[in-house]
Design a protein around this ligand. Structure first.
Ligand SMILES: [Zn+2]
Ligand SMILES: [Zn+2]
Length: 272
């Protein structure tokens, strides 16, 4: 019966790639071109922040990248499914800006695979919050949708409103670590009535894109301050190395001007 219904639905709404709307065999699959354009993060990785390493030996005995050896972030570990390059942006930008909430359900299994270890030890999923002005403009918090989809998949409870962003923050793009810290000071807080639920819990913070890690660290700080036991981070995609930003150069070459992250997004994906 379910299969009959699915076939009837396919006749009415032929399955299409969620990124480019090309026809595909089954609902919820990427087409070969979009799937092939995504760069999947695979080991070896930094044991802490999940940065892909060119060779395992580069991580040394502790398996850490140079940045984590210099200073460990406030979160215990971070993982992401995809590198945030042109391929991942085809999925993430429409999810973020083009009113495509259903992409959360599509991305969640990939996050679950990349973050299997973190999900297994998580007691609570918490999304990175949006400021209410941005929430109003986008109509949904993409991190909260991802957290809910992951929670359903992994059977982990979600505390979607644990964190709030009482103050809007400008883009942290291109800012130094000190500037990011100043911009983020007091920008993220635990909602007072949520503190008790977090106390002693191992929290998995969920976001769509991990860039410098500064926002994730500010969230971790806020959660640890109210007594969370530990904080891990899971994102759909991460910037390969925030200092070099090769994806930015590639985007410009491909005809996407800088700033395309906030513009140039249509129902069919990203246009030049
Ligand atoms: Zn496609
Ligand atoms: Zn690292």
């Amino acid at each position: 019966m379910a299969r009959l219904l699915a076939r009837a639905l396919d006749l009415l709404l032929p399955p299409e790639c969620p990124c480019c709307a090309d026809p595909v065999s089954d609902q919820g699959l990427f087409c070969a071109a979009c799937f092939g354009a995504i760069t999947w993060i695979t080991p070896p990785l930094c044991a802490c922040c999940g940065l892909p390493l060119a060779a395992a030996a580069l991580g040394g005995a502790a398996g850490l990248c140079a940045a984590c050896r210099r200073r460990r972030p406030r979160f215990a570990a971070a993982r992401a499914a995809w590198l945030y390059d042109a391929g991942a942006r085809r999925v993430i930008l429409p999810f973020k800006h083009a009113d495509r909430p259903e992409l959360a359900g599509l991305a969640a299994p990939f996050l679950a695979r990349a973050g299997a270890e973190l999900l297994a030890r998580a007691e609570l999923l918490v999304p990175v919050p949006l400021h209410r002005r941005r929430l109003f403009a986008r109509r949904y918090n993409q991190a909260a949708l991802l957290a809910r989809a992951l929670g359903r998949l992994a059977g982990v409870p979600v505390l979607a409103d644990a964190l709030a962003r009482p103050r809007p923050t400008p883009s942290l793009d291109g800012k130094s670590a000190a500037e990011r810290a100043t911009l983020l000071a007091g920008a993220i807080a635990v909602r007072p009535r949520r503190g008790a639920r977090l106390s002693g819990r191992r929290v998995l913070l969920v976001d769509d894109v991990l860039t410098s890690g500064a926002t994730a660290e500010a969230c971790a700080d806020a959660l640890l301050a109210v007594g969370a036991g530990a904080v891990d981070v899971l994102a759909a995609a991460r910037v390969p190395d925030p200092r070099t930003r090769p994806w930015r150069a590639a985007a410009t070459r491909g005809g996407l001007a800088a700033g395309a992250e906030d513009n140039n997004v249509t129902r069919k994906g990203v246009t030049a």
